[in-house]
Design a protein around this ligand. Structure first.
Ligand code: 2P0
Length: 338
C-alpha cells in the first residue's frame, strides 16, 4: 500500500438520474448524461493506517462527524474487498468550496476517494471499473470519473458505468442562489419519489427516451436540441419531485426567475437553457461565445461562475497531498480529538 492523492470535479446532469433500480448496488432506474465541470474540485489523500482499528476522515481541515465517516468506511469496504486486504486508512479530503455550500458534491467526493483509494490499495482498474467503484459511494460519482460529457448506463453491476461521449463544446453558468445545506438529501428524496409518486414509472421510461435523443444530439453537435432536452428534463424532474407524498420543492422563486431570464435571453438571441438539481441553484448551458454576456445578465440573481467541461478524476503527486487537519486548523484538530 502507499499514500496517494487524487482530484475530481462535480458534474451537472443534462439528463438527470432520479431513482434506483437497486439500492445496495446503486444501480439507476434509467441512464443519465452529465457535464463534468472544471471548478469546485475535491482533493483527497489516502494514507494507509494498517495498525488502526477504524478508518478516519478529515474533511476540510477538521475531523468529520461519525455519519460522514461511516459512509466513507462502508465505501472503503468495497475497495478492501477488491484488494483482498483489510487495512484501515486515514482519508484527508478538501473541497474548493465549503462542504454543505450546495456545490461541494458527493460526486466529486466519491470520485476523488475512489481514485485515490484504488491506487492506495494497488488496484489497477480499467476506467470503467473505477467508474463502477465510484458508483458504490454515490451514484452520480461514477460520472465524475470520465472527462467532459459522460453517459452513465443503466444495467446490471457490470454494465452500469459512465464513459465520455462526443459532444460540442459548451459552457455552463452556475448561479448560486442559496448556500445552505439542503433539508432533504437526494438519496431520501429519490426513495420517497419511487415510493409515492404516481408519475414515477412514466419518468423512468421517458428518461430512457430522452437519453437516446440526447446522445444523438450530442453526436450531431446540435446545441439547440441538447438545450431543449436539458431544460425540459430538469422541469420534468422537479415536477416529479413535487408529486411526492409529502411534496418536496427544491426550486424557489429566484430559481424560477432565473429560468424566466434565460428564456428571455433566448428571445433576444442568446441561446441558453436552464437546469437545476436537488436545490434552488440553477445551471445554464450556453455556447462559449455567449457565456460572458449571459453571466453578466444573470449576476443580479446570485453568485455567477462560468465553467467549462473539466477533466475526469486523476491522481496527483505527493506535493499536492492534503495537509493534516492539525496543520490547517490546530484549534479544530485539538477540539475534535479531545
Ligand atoms: C443527477 N442528482 O443526475 C441528479 C439530479 C441530483 C439531482 O445524482 O443516492 O447524490 O448517492 O446515488 O448521486 C444526486 O444523487 O445519490 C443526483 P446517491 P446522488 O445529478
Amino acid at each position: 500500500m502507499r499514500t496517494t492523492t487524487a482530484r475530481a470535479y462535480p458534474n451537472i446532469a443534462l439528463v438527470k438520474y432520479w431513482g434506483k433500480a437497486d439500492e445496495e448496488l446503486i444501480l439507476p432506474a434509467a441512464g443519465s448524461l452529465s457535464l463534468t465541470l472544471n471548478h469546485f474540485e475535491t482533493t483527497t489523500t489516502v494514507v494507509p493506517a494498517p495498525d488502526a482499528e477504524t478508518d478516519v476522515l478529515e474533511l476540510d481541515g477538521a475531523l468529520a462527524d461519525p455519519g460522514q465517516t461511516d459512509r466513507i468506511s462502508t465505501f472503503l469496504d468495497h475497495v478492501r474487498a477488491l484488494a483482498g486486504r483489510d487495512d484501515r486508512v486515514l482519508v484527508r479530503s478538501r473541497n474548493s468550496v465549503p462542504t454543505g455550500a450546495g456545490l461541494a458534491s458527493s460526486a466529486s467526493g466519491f470520485a476523488a476517494l475512489a481514485t485515490a483509494a484504488a491506487a492506495a490499495f494497488d488496484l489497477d482498474l480499467a476506467p470503467r471499473d473505477l467508474s463502477r467503484l465510484a458508483r458504490r459511494g454515490s451514484g452520480s460519482a461514477c460520472r465524475s470519473i470520465p472527462d467532459g460529457i459522460a453517459v452513465w448506463h443503466a444495467g446490471d453491476d457490470a454494465a452500469s458505468f459512465a464513459e465520455t461521449v462526443p459532444a460540442p463544446d459548451m459552457r455552463m453558468i452556475i448561479v448560486t442562489v442559496n448556500r445552505a445545506r439542503k433539508a432533504v438529501s437526494s438519496r431520501e428524496a429519490m426513495r420517497l419519489t419511487a415510493a409515492t409518486s404516481p408519475f414515477y414509472s412514466g419518468w423512468v421510461t421517458s428518461t430512457e427516451d430522452y437519453l437516446e435523443q440526447m446522445v444523438a444530439a450530442c453526436a450531431a453537435g446540435d446545441f439547440t436540441r441538447i438545450g431543449e432536452i436539458t431544460e425540459s428534463h430538469a422541469l420534468r424532474m422537479h415536477g416529479l419531485i413535487q408529486s411526492t407524498v409529502p411534496p418536496i420543492r427544491f426550486l424557489n422563486p429566484t430559481s424560477h426567475a432565473i429560468f424566466d431570464a434565460v428564456a428571455e435571453a433566448r428571445e433576444s438571441g442568446i441561446e441558453a437553457y436552464s437546469t437545476a438539481d436537488a436545490g434552488p441553484n440553477v445551471a445554464v448551458i450556453v455556447r462559449p461565445a455567449d457565456a460572458e454576456a449571459l453571466a453578466e445578465k444573470l449576476s443580479g440573481f446570485g453568485d455567477v461562475r462560468v465553467v467549462g467541461p473539466g477533466p475526469g478524476a486523476h491522481l496527483l503527486t505527493a506535493d499536492d497531498a492534503v495537509p493534516p487537519a492539525d496543520a490547517v486548523n490546530p484549534a479544530a484538530g485539538e477540539g475534535s480529538r479531545a
